[in-house]
Design a protein around this ligand. Sequence first.
Ligand SMILES: [Zn+2]
Length: 210
Amino acid sequence: MAKKGTIVIDPGHGGSVEVGGSSHNNARSPSGVLEKNLTLRMAFLVRDALAEAATLGGHAIKILLTRETDKNLGLRDRALVAKSNGADLFLCIHFNASEGHNARGVETLVSPKAGNSNHAADAAFAQLIQTAVVNALRVHDPTTKDRKVKDQPLGVLRESSLGTKARGCLVEIEFLDHKAVDELFNLGANATQVRADVAQAIANALIEAL
Ligand SMILES: [Zn+2]
């Protein structure tokens, strides 16, 4: 079935200073890859995969990124890109980090029920993204953990900025500060394929969600 809609992809972080509650970078891989650069790279891959899938499937999809360069935007401004463009879907892309640099797994966050009139729809959307990323990663690394869809208050998903039309969620693709994830996404012989497969899986889930 041909789908129609507007999708806004938000690559987390960017630039060199904090802006409006958005830190310039969070996770960093052991080899030095910065989350802000990997989120942008993944966003470009998702955009390309979406565009190709739209052409092949006859879908009329408008795809926007909140940033296309190494700059930071405030959390509210990121959400406003989705609101002002009447987006149907708003996906924030991040990588995670843990104190001991030893956590693994994929999780997708949505705004909690209190103050979020779209909670059920957001959670259903988030589950599609979560399942897609976990399955795509498990092809390359069967030990990837499913840390599930979780409620978490996040400035970037606040309904007062995002509005009520767009369903929104934030995917933490993996823990970038873990050695095995650095290998998987950045250093390993299959890293290009891993990134492409995860992006393709996200693109497919976005089209399914439309
Ligand atoms: Zn982040």
